[in-house]
Write a new protein. Structure first.
Ligand code: SF4
Lengths: 200, 477
């Protein structure tokens, strides 16, 4: 995972609420066995409209997406995060995110910034004409007009993003603790430890 | 201190707690399928990592698999036409072989939708942490498990470490009081609940469904309820295990046996929310108010009773909801004020992990028996949740009822629930579907989905419109 400390640039003032992952990347794109190339299918239905915001001259290639409440709801497909990444998006700002989506986004180095609706309204306004800047160190969103909004972020996630740490690698270092839990489980709840009864 | 069921299961699975409250949680059971796993296996391979506990994972293809016959008359496997689907399936077969993971292949009688297979095999158990790269994993909560969907990176994390790094969610109680009326099913109940609390109502929470209604429900109905927890935004949904649960699990192929079984039941009996435990959020619903329920829009919260009308966008307080409702109505081709039971449908889909178990098929068959599908219906399929459900249905003669009525009887899989395989609803046409998502384009580009119960899907099949099943059956189940 690439380290991330700042995301700066034009922000797509999308603003829609309850954007589900089927909208971000429709089901027929899920037949792939790699992570690459999904940007072409991102927001496919919306992008059939020639006037769509994602392909407009002003916003195509923008690193930030501004959306409404409950962004990324629905299916757990991580393809949604891969599609956004492939589209060039490194941060999404919204009033709230679905739990699964924000986890998937984080694991792919996409920053999810949750701020209240009135902040969204202001950023949507600025985004029409000017860039926005997100700083992970200071946990702030700023605009060229001296707006400065802070946001909360899970400390562990912040640390991983800032340092580009791979979570699997981190957990593998806890092997001893996991093994300890496994032997305790085999003792306390033996029926659980037997698993599918097929593999050794 | 008094604890909720969710807290008890959570606490029992903490491997380690970090200072910031993040926990390393042990995962007891992991289900995987062809669509969300290839990238996870690819990453393992690239990093030279192994699968820590192949015995705690079970793989089965379901999402992408065509539901047309899989073997020819001589029992030879038929090729999958779509090259990408075939490649995805081949990747799963290679991955399970390389990493030593138990697998039900496309032609095995045990094959089926992951969330049908897990409980059916006794792989999913009360008090377990269960994950799968599919958001409807919450279904297994019907057995009293803490079950939730994960993404592909988390799938890789589970394969490599058998754990996940998580923060504890908040707890939410959905308490249903009173009884459901005749002809009102678990599906109607969960649609009504989602309509009441909204698709973001459970975000950040794990829901526990409580009340007599759930205690009296079969396990299959409980699985239907918990399945759709994610549509209310919740990470998971669960129902305390009880004697009904134990009776359901006993004797299943992967269920504990002998002394293990005895010990398990003793432990499982402790899995209930203590008196006096406090939930972060609580919602109370009156069961007697609920009618057979359908969706009118493109979000699962867009629910309405069958006797109702399409709502006016202005009737919503929230501005953005008004806009969403306008967009939904345009996509769905509906007018405000239109009577719900006047909406004509052209497609019927009975299936998906929400409603493809034997009881669902029986409920549909009860309505379809001796009837024919209405001329409005151009395409109607019944897709059992697993090969074993299919065999059971055939043993009961349900397949005959379906085919005689004019519906197609298919091989198990996800099918038209997500429109990935060839089973799709054509653009601009409507479906009465027993699946769980009515999102824009979910059942195919331009498809207009109305979510319903199996009995209501059958009622739509014979009337050619959304119809009240209570008018068709004297004493509905
Ligand atoms: S039936 Fe639908 S919701 Fe269920 S596992 Fe398959 S795709 Fe997911």
């Amino acid at each position: 995972m690439e380290a991330l400390s700042k995301v700066e640039g034009r922000a797509i003032p999308f603003g829609r609420k309850n954007i589900d992952t089927d909208v971000i990347i429709p089901g027929h794109w899920l037949k792939t066995i790699t992570r690459e190339g999904l940007g072409a299918g991102a927001f496919e239905a919306l992008r059939k409209d020639p006037e769509n915001i994602f392909d407009s001259e002003a916003f195509s290639g923008s690193p930030i997406l501004i959306a409404g409440d409950n962004f990324g709801c629905g299916s757990s497909r991580e393809h949604a995060a891969w599609a956004l990444l492939d589209l060039g998006i490194r941060a999404v700002i919204a009033p709230s995110f679905s739990d699964i989506f924000s986890g998937n986004a984080f694991k792919n180095g996409i920053l999810t910034v949750a701020v209240p609706q009135d902040v969204i309204d202001r950023l949507m306004e600025v985004a029409q004409t000017d860039p926005i800047s997100i700083d992970l160190e200071t946990q702030t969103v700023t605009t060229p007009f001296q707006d400065r909004f802070t946001f909360e972020l899970d400390e562990f996630r912040r640390h991983c993003l800032l340092n580009g740490l791979d979570e699997v690698g981190l957990t593998l270092m806890r092997d001893e603790q996991i093994a300890g839990y496994e032997s305790k489980m085999a003792n306390d709840r033996p029926w659980m430890a037997h698993g599918n009864g097929i593999a050794a | 201190m008094a604890k909720t069921l969710y807290e008890k299961i959570w606490n029992a699975h903490i491997v380690e707690q970090k200072d910031d409250g993040t926990c390393l949680i042990f995962i007891d059971r992991h289900l995987t399928h062809e669509v969300t796993s290839p990238q996870a296996f690819e990453s393992l391979r690239m990093a030279g990592r192994k699968v820590r506990r192949p015995d705690l994972t079970l793989a089965v293809p379901d999402h992408n698999l065509p539901t047309t016959p899989r073997v020819d008359a001589d029992g030879h496997r038929l090729p999958i036409e779509d090259a990408q689907s075939a490649a995805q399936l081949a990747a799963l077969e290679k991955n399970v072989a390389d990493f030593g993971i138990p697998y039900f292949d496309a032609t095995a009688p045990e094959q089926g939708i992951v969330h049908v297979v897990g409980p059916e095999q006794g792989f999913s158990l009360p008090g377990a942490t269960i994950v799968c790269g599919d958001s409807h994993t919450a279904a297994h909560g019907g057995l009293g498990a803490l079950a939730f969907g994960i993404g592909s990176s988390e799938t890789e994390h589970v394969l490599a470490t058998q754990t996940l790094m998580l923060r504890q969610s908040k707890s939410m109680e959905v308490r249903v009081e009173g009884d459901l009326g005749p002809g009102v099913t678990a599906k109607d109940l969960i649609l009504h609940i989602i309509g009441t609390i909204g698709t973001a109502g459970g975000t950040g929470h794990v829901i526990e469904y409580r009340g007599k209604v759930f205690e009296e429900m079969s396990i299959e109905a409980r699985l239907t309820v918990c399945n759709m927890s994610i549509e209310a935004g919740a990470r998971a949904g669960l129902i305390a295990p009880d004697e009904t649960t134990f009776a359901y699990i006993k004797g299943r192929p992967m269920a504990p046996k002998g002394a293990d079984w005895e010990a398990a039941v003793v432990y499982w009996r402790t899995l209930k929310t203590d008196d006096g435990a406090v939930f972060d959020k609580s919602v109370v619903i009156d069961a007697s108010e609920i009618e057979p329920t359908v969706t009118w829009g493109t979000s699962p919260e867009d629910t309405v009773a069958i006797g109702g009308v399409v709502p006016h966008p202005e009737s919503f307080a929230d501005r953005s909801k008004q806009e969403a409702a306008r967009a939904s109505l345009e996509y769905m081709g509906l007018e405000p004020g239109q009577k719900i039971d006047s909406i004509e449908v052209q497609n019927i889909f009975i299936g998906s992990c929400t409603n493809s178990r034997i009881e669902d098929l029986r409920a549909a068959a009860e309505v379809l028996k001796g009837r024919k599908v209405h001329p409005n219906i151009k395409w109607g399929i019944i897709v059992p949740g697993s090969g074993l459900v299919k065999m059971q249905a055939e043993a009961e003669g349900l397949d005959k009822i379906f085919t005689e009525a004019g519906l197609e009887w298919r091989e198990p899989g996800c099918s038209a629930c997500l429109g990935m395989n060839p089973d799709k609803v054509p653009p601009g046409e409507r479906s009465a579907s027993t699946s769980n998502r009515n999102f824009v384009g979910r059942q195919g580009p331009g498809a207009r989905t109305h979510l319903v119960s199996p009995a209501m899907a059958a009622a739509a099949a014979v009337t050619g419109r959304l119809a009240d099943v209570r008018e068709l059956v004297d004493e509905p189940a």
